[in-house]
Ligand binder design. Sequence first.
Ligand code: 5GP
Length: 197
Amino acid sequence: MRTNNGVLAVVSGPSGAGKGTVVSALINSCGSCFLSVSATTRPPREGEIPGKHYNFVSRDEFEDMIKKGELLEYAEYAGNYYGTPRRDIDLLLSEGKDVILEIDMQGGTMVREKRADAVLIFLTPPLIGDIEKRLRGRNTESEDSIKKRLETARRELSGAGSYDYIVINDSVDMAVEDIRCILRAERCSASRNPLAL
Ligand code: 5GP
């Protein structure tokens, strides 16, 4: 006997850890994994598609979503709001889908408080120096944004121990495989099995 519910998984890690690449490779290779699309007040980057990468909204619209209780969690990151819409998460989990939230650590902490069933995974590059290299290399951020992101990265790295798992992203394929193994193991955990309830 086992529960059919999917796993709610948070993936956090410093900007420049390769989270976006790892999470999209995970979604593409795992038919039962769904990525929650966040809302943000950050302007779209070149190539980002509204509704696929983010729902891009104004500050007023975002604050309205907060007031109406529409967000499971939200945070202000490098001067912009980011948040996870509550809608659809429980439905997907009850259909046996794993729901992935690619969010920052403040958001991860909020999810932990609200959802004891969530699994928190911290993704980090093998070398701390890689964070700045990757951030500069992708050419999407202003100098001011890079500075803010590096400050946040330092804070996030020091909090990694509060997460359930730490995955080192020295190869995208290996990091994806590690996350798939974590999801699989979590489905077998006693706390999710009706036998143990
Ligand atoms: P970026 O601007 O690089 O797309 O994202 C900046 C940071 O915000 C990343 O650490 C990303 O994981 C995080 N983020 C994206 N969506 C959400 C969300 O819905 N909630 C929170 N708390 N963080 C988010």
